[in-house]
Design a protein around this ligand. Structure first.
Ligand code: N5H
Length: 255
């Protein structure tokens, strides 16, 4: 018996084989979950569809999280196939590249709004869309954050503000859906070289600093994040909600 045998899970945010969402999707399948995955656009579809097929995903659906009709269509499809949902993983973020470097003062109104919409509000929109399905089965919602939402890091800029909003949304959502038995938690992952991180300035320096200063003296892997996601998706964490759980080699405790 797997940890998630009999459970139905949907994962938003796979871009390629380095995605945190992909490590989570694989771990969920390994532990016996039925899986749905979404892709944000046609470019990503070319990578995501073969990956989804390789793990035997039941559903592969388009979803731009800015579009309420897309979100509605996804959960209508899940409802038709499964009638309920046990786990929703939100591993989605975006900010304009030119606002992920230099001074935070250069953040534009449009860039701020875009980063907040895709990286923070989308969790609320997905939670709302999935609520009737999750309620059916005392489901668990998991999102991905980064320590730059709690402390200032060079270049993280508007993403830090969006992650702060995301982490607070986890707490307000946890309170809102807790009476229905639904749990909402975040994993704050250490730096991982994903497609989103590719080409953004200062990544190597921050990862190097973590390897030097973190209690474990190394960086983490996507699989270690997936391990925490398994725990938060499974009944092992039935008493845990509204939490931001660090998977960061302990870096966040160092002053
Ligand atoms: C302090 C750092 C390093 C600097 C900041 C990195 C922020 C990365 C997050 C956002 C989501 C990256 C992003 O939106 C890039 C896009 O402008 C361009 N890329 C894309 O469009 C690709 C193709 C797609 C797949 O990307 C997205 N987002 O859809 C933080 C690092 C030490 C840790 C880190 C990398 C954190 C994080 O939030 O990812």
């Amino acid at each position: 018996m797997g940890l998630l045998t009999g459970k139905k899970a949907i994962v938003f945010g796979i871009a390629n084989e380095k995605s945190i969402a992909w490590a989570i999707a694989q771990a969920f399948r390994r532990e016996g979950a039925d899986l749905a995955v979404t892709y944000a656009n046609e470019t990503l579809a070319k990578r995501v569809i073969p990956l989804a097929e390789s793990v035997g995903a039941s559903l592969v659906l388009p979803c731009d999280v800015r579009d309420d009709d897309d979100i509605k269509a996804v959960f209508a499809r899940v409802e038709r196939s499964w009638g309920g949902l046990d786990t929703l993983v939100h591993s989605v973020a975006f900010a304009n590249k030119d606002e992920l470097k230099g001074s935070f003062l250069n953040t534009s109104r449009e860039g701020f709004s875009l980063a907040m919409d895709i990286s923070a509000y989308s969790l609320v929109a997905l939670a709302k869309g999935a609520h009737p399905l999750l309620k059916e089965r005392q489901g668990s919602i998991i999102t991905l954050s980064y320590y730059g939402g709690q402390k200032v890091f060079p270049n993280y800029n508007v993403m830090g503000v969006a992650k702060a909003a995301l982490e607070m949304s986890v707490r307000y959502l946890a309170e809102a859906v807790g009476p229905d038995g639904i749990r909402v938690n975040a994993i704050s992952a250490g730096p991982l070289k994903t497609l989103a991180a590719a080409g953004v300035g200062g990544f190597n320096q921050i990862a190097g600093h973590v390897a030097e200063k973190a209690p474990l003296r190394r960086n983490i892997s996507q699989d270690e994040v997936a391990g925490a996601a398994l725990y938060l998706a499974s009944d092992l964490s039935s008493g845990v909600t509204g939490e931001v759980h660090f998977v960061d080699s302990g870096y966040n405790i160092i002053g």
